[in-house]
Design a binder for this molecule. Structure first.
Ligand code: PLP
Length: 494
C-alpha cells in the first residue's frame, strides 16, 4: 500500500468541522459559535487541531473548577482504573462513592450536613432538578412550584417548566431581583425588597390563584439568565417567606457550586440553609455526576423514585471527590472572590470608555458583561420626546413617557464580541435574556497573569467588534494601555 503523507493539520481541522455540520443536529449550539476542534487541554488552555491555542473561559459550561486535566483529577481517575474497581455500578455502595459522599458532606454547612441525605440521580444537572421537584412534591403532597423569571434549571420536561420562558399551570413565576433591568424600574435594595413583597403578597392572597406550592426553586446567581446575583438580603427573605409557610426551598447550585461565586456554595454568602441543594457540573470534576442533598425530614420517596441507570459512575465520583478536596484545601473559593472582584473592577473601568457595556456584574469567577446599543436608546428617546410633544399638543393625559432606564440589549454586538474573542484566542460564553451578556467562567485556578491576558483580549475584541458592528471609531485604541489590573491582596495567590 502506498504511503500517503499526513494531511496538513488545517485540512484535518476543516474536515472535522465540515463533517460535524453535515452530520450533527440543528440543535447543536456551541459548535456553531465556537468552530474549533480541541485536541489537547491543560488548565485554562485548549489547543485546537489547527495548532492554535485558546484561553478557555467557558470551562465546559462551568464544569471545570480546576481547569482542564488538573493533575489531582487525572491522578484520581488513574487510581480507580489501576485498582480494577468497577467503572460503573447503578447505586451500589463502593469505597469510591463512600469517599465522595464523605468529601461532599465535608463541604456543606455543618448544620445542614449533620442531618442531610444525598440522592444520586441521573448524571446531568437537569436530572437532579427533576429529582428535587419529585422529592418536594412527594414530601408535601402539593404540586405547585414557585420559580423565577429568567431562571435556567435544565432541559428535561420538569426542569424546563421551572425555567424562565416555559409556561406551565403548576408553576408560579416570580420576579428575580436585578439592578440593571429591575422589574420595578428602581433596582438596588428597594427593588429587591419589592420583589420580596410581591412573592409574600402572592402567597398570602387567597385570590392570587397560586397552585399550593410544594417548593420554591431558585439560583443564588442566575447564570444562563445573564449572571444576575440574588442579593443576600433577598435570599434571606426567600428563606423566611418559605420557612414561615412550610414551603421547602430548593437552591439550584448546579452552576454556582464548588467555589465558583467566592464561597464554596453560593447560599453561604447569605448564610441561609436551604431544604434541598441541587448539584452537578463541577462536583464530577469534569465527568457527569449529579446529586441532590436535602433535609432528612423530606426523605419520604418510595424506593426507585427518580431512579436512572447512570447513578454510579465511579470515575466521576473519584474525579469529583478530588476536585472538592482540592478546592476546599486550597481555599479556591476565597481566591475566586478576590480575583473575581478585581476582574469586575477592571471591566467596570473598561465600561467608562465603552458606552456599549451597559452593565458589569457577577460574583466570584462568574462574571457577565451586558452589551447594549446606546444609540438605539437615544433614537427611541428622541422619538418618544417627539411623540410626547405631539401628544401634549393634543391635550392633557395623552402624553407618552420618555423611555429611561437601560439601553436596549445588543445581541448582534455580543455575538461579534464572541467571534472577535475567538479570533484572539479567547473562548467566552454568551447568555442572558437577550443573548447579549458576554460571560466569563474561568477555572478557579486562574492566575493573575492569565486573568490579565483574558481581560486584554476581551478589551481588544470589544473594540474590534464595535468597529465592525457599528462602524464607530475605536473608543479604546489599542495603543492606549488598558486600565491597570489591581494587584492581589497579600498572600491570596495560591
Ligand atoms: N441548573 C442550572 C443553574 C444550570 O445552569 C444548568 C445548566 O446550565 C442546569 C441546571 C442543567 O444542567 P445540565 O445541563 O447538566 O442538565
Amino acid at each position: 500500500m502506498a504511503v500517503t503523507e499526513a494531511a496538513p493539520a488545517t485540512t484535518a481541522h476543516e474536515g472535522i468541522l465540515r463533517r460535524q455540520s453535515l452530520r450533527e443536529s440543528a440543535a447543536r449550539t456551541y459548535a456553531r459559535s465556537l468552530p474549533i476542534v480541541p485536541v489537547r487541554a491543560r488548565g485554562l488552555t485548549i489547543e485546537g487541531a489547527d495548532g492554535r491555542r485558546y484561553l478557555d473561559c467557558l470551562s465546559g459550561s462551568g464544569t471545570l473548577a480546576l481547569g482542564h486535566n488538573h493533575p489531582v483529577v487525572l491522578e484520581a481517575i488513574k487510581k480507580v482504573i489501576d485498582s480494577g474497581a468497577p467503572l460503573h455500578v447503578p447505586d451500589l455502595a463502593t469505597p469510591v462513592k463512600d469517599a465522595f459522599t464523605t468529601e461532599l458532606f465535608e463541604t456543606l454547612p455543618r448544620s445542614f450536613a449533620d442531618q442531610a441525605r444525598v440522592q444520586f440521580c441521573g448524571p446531568a444537572g437537569t436530572d437532579a432538578v427533576e429529582a428535587a421537584l419529585a422529592l418536594v412534591r412527594t414530601a408535601t403532597g402539593r404540586s405547585g412550584i414557585l420559580a423565577f423569571a429568567g431562571a435556567c434549571h435544565g432541559m428535561t420536561a420538569g426542569a424546563l417548566t421551572v425555567s424562565g420562558g416555559a409556561p406551565d399551570v403548576q408553576v408560579t413565576r416570580l420576579p428575580y431581583p436585578q439592578d440593571y433591568r429591575c422589574p420595578f424600574g428602581i433596582g438596588g435594595a428597594r427593588g429587591s425588597e419589592l420583589a420580596g413583597n410581591w412573592t409574600a403578597n402572592l402567597l398570602d392572597d387567597p385570590r392570587s390563584g397560586v397552585v399550593p406550592p410544594a417548593g420554591m426553586i431558585l439560583e443564588p446567581v442566575q447564570g444562563e439568565g445573564g449572571v444576575i446575583p440574588g442579593p443576600d438580603s433577598w435570599m434571606r427573605r426567600m428563606r423566611k417567606i418559605t420557612g414561615d409557610r412550610s414551603i421547602p426551598l430548593i437552591a439550584d447550585e448546579v452552576q454556582t457550586g464548588v467555589g465558583r461565586t467566592g464561597a464554596f456554595w453560593a447560599v453561604e454568602h447569605s448564610g441561609i440553609v436551604p431544604d434541598v441543594m441541587v448539584m452537578s457540573k463541577a462536583i464530577g470534576g469534569s465527568l457527569p455526576l449529579a446529586v441532590i442533598v436535602y433535609r432528612s425530614e423530606l426523605d419520604c420517596g418510595e424506593p426507585g423514585t427518580h431512579a436512572g441507570t447512570f447513578r454510579g459512575n465511579q470515575l466521576a465520583m473519584a474525579a469529583g471527590a478530588a476536585t472538592l478536596a482540592h478546592v476546599r484545601e486550597n481555599r479556591l473559593a476565597e481566591r475566586a472572590a478576590d480575583l473575581g472582584a478585581r476582574m469586575i473592577g477592571r471591566l467596570r473601568g473598561l465600561a467608562t470608555d465603552h458606552p456599549v457595556i451597559g452593565d458589569v456584574r457577577g460574583r466570584g469567577l462568574m462574571i457577565g458583561l451586558e452589551l447594549v446599543d446606546p444609540e438605539a436608546a437615544e433614537a427611541a428617546s428622541t422619538e418618544a420626546a417627539r411623540t410626547t410633544a405631539a401628544a401634549d399638543a393634543r391635550g392633557p393625559g395623552a402624553g407618552v413617557p420618555a423611555p429611561d432606564g437601560p439601553s436596549p440589549a445588543d445581541p448582534v454586538l455580543a455575538a461579534a464580541v464572541q467571534r472577535a474573542c475567538l479570533a484572539r484566542g479567547l473562548i467566552v460564553e454568551l447568555g442572558g435574556r437577550h443573548a447579549s451578556v458576554v460571560r466569563l467562567l474561568p477555572p478557579l485556578t486562574l492566575t493573575d497573569e492569565q486573568a490579565e491576558a483574558v481581560l486584554d483580549r476581551l478589551a481588544d475584541a470589544l473594540s474590534a467588534a464595535e468597529r465592525a458592528v457599528h462602524g464607530r471609531l475605536d473608543t479604546c485604541p489599542r495603543t492606549e494601555p488598558p486600565p491597570p489590573f489591581p494587584p492581589a491582596a497579600q498572600g491570596s495567590t495560591p
